[in-house]
Design a protein around this ligand. Sequence first.
Ligand code: HPA
Length: 279
Amino acid sequence: MKEEINWLERINETSAYIKSKVSQLPKTAIILGTGLGELVNHIDITTAIPYEEIPNFPVSTVEGHKGRIIFGNLGDKYIMAMQGRFHFYEGYSMKEVTFPVRVMKALGVKTLFVSNAAGGMNPNFKIGDLMIITDHINLFPEHPLHGKNYDELGPRFPGMGHAYSERLIAKAKEVAKDNGIRVVEGVYVGTQGPTFETPAEYHYFHVIGGDAVGMSTVPEVIVANHGGMEVFGMSVITDLGVDGVIEKVSHEEVQKAANAAEPRMSFIMKEIINQFQEL
Ligand code: HPA
């Protein structure tokens, strides 16, 4: 067996460093994935810490890609946000991909909001749709909880029966309805990427119960649930892998659809966070 890194020590060291930089600790965190880039413009930033200054944080592999943790107010809520996330396909281990979520938990965060871009397999979906994630299927080849379990972080065999908060899903639907925003719901399939799917793979993911597929989110959501956090997630449907209507998908098209959906997704997330007193 490989010698294990002491993750508990690392998490404590990193959270102590961050605590020394901020005067207030948030109860809510947001991972600003695809679809939420614009939300940063609504945050009244009080502190921003570049990832490279944070001890034990993974080092970004993408040049010119500046990741940072932001603290500040979103509406009347004090929150923290990750601008830039770590993907498995970039070469990080699952422990590295999910390390920021461990740190959030150590800082006292209770609720996590996540977003991503995904390809839709559900024939009722349209490009540009917002999908509320109701559940997921984990198809990553490595599990974020693989290896030694620290009881301080969560149980050895955590349940995933309520991985996505029912009350936050209900609130998101209410906000969308009240504001005339079309939302769909579905199961997110998490795969390693970086290839987009073949038609047969999209078909397969739909047959096994998936509505959308993407290359992120599942690891972070598993770790958040392991730590007892409440989770809400949303996907922007940026392309379709529906039988018979599979079009050529490119990173540019994904970006274009995501940019168009950003104001709607940001609005819903901000409303949810501001409508619950305890967030
Ligand atoms: N497949 C996987 N990941 C994705 C897709 C897709 O079709 N679209 C955006 N991210």
